[in-house]
Design a protein around this ligand. Structure first.
Ligand code: SF4
Length: 345
């Protein structure tokens, strides 16, 4: 059985290369072909001898997962349906901004956390993605983005948000392995400060991430300042207590500001009283707040708040010196917006 090369760290690949009696630098060459040049055909790896290429092709499978459907809207936001080796399907999203691209990447097939406002939660949990399955989303979506650029235009800056299907910090080992390749100069070479890992609040995972990757940003889905309502919206917070997470945030210094994500749901958590509680709760934590008006989603009864209510919520927090962004999600028309990713399995 061939080994799937994307599941190997640099050290694991080097060890395998050396076992094949090739010099260690061949691992660097392979990484360059796969992750810098995005060429997975071993026959095309021209700086590796023919004999070694033949040996490599008998040892490794270098084919990435397959994109089986792409939906794009007028604004250039694309949703990619990707089929994995076992037939499972996941989604990744490409958001084309003026000066940069944002890739929204999944870490699990489905999700066990069942947040009430999220389509992925309804799917339930199927399995964790491997390191290679996380990496391939980045490679495939980047490749598609590069192919769609006008000739001569350089690839814009790429940001990655782990905000697709699944709770990234419940698949920490595979996420960590993938992040090592995504951020390495030998690998994909994306700066850690351009990466955000978004979590529903897995405190042990947040601590590990912040120890292992000090420059990677953490996004925390707050969604309600009220512990009881938050437990209703996000059942995980019955065991991962909001108060403990906020105490950790307050008492730990970091290089960057935290991002608090807040999905605004009409009549549920979008009042000025809620804004007041958010303001009091986050006082003293260097942070910015992303307000994400809820995306209506055939299967769930919640509604999008009015633009006026969203603005009022935002202004309330801005007036109290918070940095606040309203994220009217791009891609609502193709169900690629926050909380809308889900596939039939
Ligand atoms: S919002 Fe995130 S953590 Fe919650 S169910 Fe959806 S994918 Fe899982």
């Amino acid at each position: 059985m061939l080994k799937w090369i994307y599941d190997l760290s640099y050290d694991e690949l080097k060890e395998d290369v050396c076992k094949l009696k090739m010099p260690g630098y061949v691992a660097d060459q392979i990484f360059q072909w796969l992750y810098e040049k995005s060429i997975d055909d071993i026959a095309a790896w021209s700086n590796i001898s023919k004999q070694n290429r033949s040996l490599l092709s008998r040892k490794f499978n270098t084919r990435p997962d397959k994109i089986i459907a792409i939906e794009e809207n007028k604004e250039g936001t694309g949703k990619f349906l990707i089929q994995l080796i076992d037939g499972s399907r996941i989604e990744a999203v490409l958001i084309r901004e003026k000066k940069h691209l944002t890739l929204c990447i999944s870490t699990q097939v489905g999700c066990a956390l069942k947040c009430k406002f999220c389509a992925t939660g309804i799917m339930g949990f199927k399995r964790n993605l491997t390191c290679g399955e996380i990496l391939c989303q980045v490679l495939l979506v980047k490749r598609e983005a590069a192919a769609s650029l006008p000739q001569q235009k350089r690839m814009p800056k790429v940001n990655i948000v782990f905000m697709g299907m699944g709770e990234p910090l419940l698949n920490y080992e595979n996420l960590k392995k993938a992040l090592a390749i995504i951020t390495s100069g030998k690998g994909i070479g994306i700066l850690p400060r351009n990466i955000t890992v978004s979590t529903a609040g897995i405190l042990a995972g947040i601590k590990r991430l912040e120890e292992d990757f000090t420059a990677i940003k953490v996004g925390f889905s707050l969604n309600s300042p009220d512990a009881t309502l938050r437990e209703e919206l996000m059942p995980v917070s019955k065991r991962e207590k909001l108060s403990e997470i906020l105490t950790y945030f307050k008492n730990t210094s970091r290089k960057h500001r935290l991002t608090f994500e807040y999905v605004l749901i009409k009549g549920v958590n979008d009042s000025l009283k809620d804004a007041g509680k958010v303001s009091a709760l986050l006082r003293g934590i260097p942070c910015k707040i992303n307000l994400i008006p809820y995306n209506e989603n055939g299967n769930i009864d919640y509604e999008t708040p009015s633009a006026a209510d969203v603005e009022a919520f935002c202004e309330y927090l801005c007036a109290r010196n918070y940095t606040v962004m309203i994220r009217w999600s791009k891609g609502r028309d193709i169900k690629s917006a926050c909380g809308q990713l889900a596939v039939e399995i």
